[in-house]
Write a protein that binds this ligand. Structure first.
Ligand code: ZN
Ligand code: ZN
Length: 293
């Protein structure tokens, strides 16, 4: 037997091993993916682009485009600024309420891995109910330290705005000293005493809870890159959409029992249906909308 032949097959390097991806972020998000990508032999470095130009949480720059379009624009911006880059990565987050379980605060995070030759962008996203996001109203004379004692300050930074002004007077407040100084500044303002609004700073490097969610999404991105197309062997082979439910054994109508996913390759267009490893549910006529309406 040839020495090392088996090893050679098992340890076949990833097609992108030795490559570098440029992550366009101002907020230290490269940390969230570096470890996972390194395991595939891919280096991730921070591309210094002004991502705030694409919209900010504080509202100082409004977000106008869709998440997907914003990600695409950030990736293009990285390619313009770094002519040597073959791969660019961008990320976007938003906060709202859960699309199914209304009222529950959620954090939606998305990432786009772009390729300069446009041979298939890889998009992943993730919805988490792990959120540290709040807005407190502090009336003049109220003790702000008392009010924020229930928040995760100072591990999570604060943003403060004054009643009547939609833009924050200060963001990234991470120490008692910094907070006192900001409050003194507000006291000296014309028209004071005024009510203030204190909220969580949602930028990733100021909000460790959000950074955790981005890290979870990073794991998903790395899984996607590690998944190779069975036909062309390009990275990114991924479940694109859910298949119809398990058929009823009596009449064949699709039930609500999940069966599997249609997987797709963005590089060669190959598609195939794969059963979900956990989809072991059996459909019965009792849950069939046709046999048991
Ligand atoms: Zn049926
Ligand atoms: Zn393919």
């Amino acid at each position: 037997m040839k020495k090392g032949s088996l090893l050679g097959k098992v340890n076949k390097p990833h097609p992108w091993a030795g490559e570098t991806v440029y992550f366009g972020t101002k907020h230290g998000k490269a940390r969230a993916v570096q470890g996972g990508l390194r395991a595939l032999g891919i280096r991730c470095i921070t591309a210094r682009i002004d991502t705030d130009a694409f919209g900010t949480f504080s509202g100082s720059v409004p977000r106008t485009a869709s998440i997907r379009d914003t990600l695409q624009a950030k990736v293009q911006h990285v390619f313009l600024k770094y002519p040597q880059a073959r791969f660019a990565l961008a990320s976007e987050g938003s906060f709202g309420t859960h699309p199914i379980f209304g009222g529950i605060p959620t954090n939606h995070e998305a990432m786009l891995w772009g390729q300069r030759d446009e041979s298939g962008d890889l998009f992943v996203d993730h919805l988490s109910t792990r959120v540290h996001h709040f807005e407190l109203e502090i009336e003049p004379g109220q003790d702000i330290f008392d009010e924020i004692s229930k928040t995760r300050f100072p591990s999570h930074a604060l943003t403060i705005r004054v009643d009547g002004d939609p833009l924050p007077i200060r963001s990234g407040i991470r120490s008692r000293h910094h907070l006192e100084e900001t409050m003194r500044r507000i006291d000296r303002m014309a028209g004071s005493p005024r009510k203030v609004f204190v909220s969580a700073d949602l930028r990733a490097h100021y909000n460790p809870t959000r950074m955790e969610v981005i890290r979870e999404l990073g794991v998903k991105l790395v899984e996607r890159i590690a998944s190779l197309c069975p036909i062309c062997e390009n990275p990114g082979f991924w479940p694109e959409k859910a298949g119809s439910g398990e058929p009823c054994p009596d009449c064949g109508t699709a039930t609500q029992i999940p069966s599997g996913h249609h997987w797709g390759c963005g590089a060669c267009g190959h598609e195939e249906f794969r059963r979900d490893p956990l989809a072991t549910g059996k459909a019965t006529p009792g849950i069939c909308s046709n046999c048991n309406p």
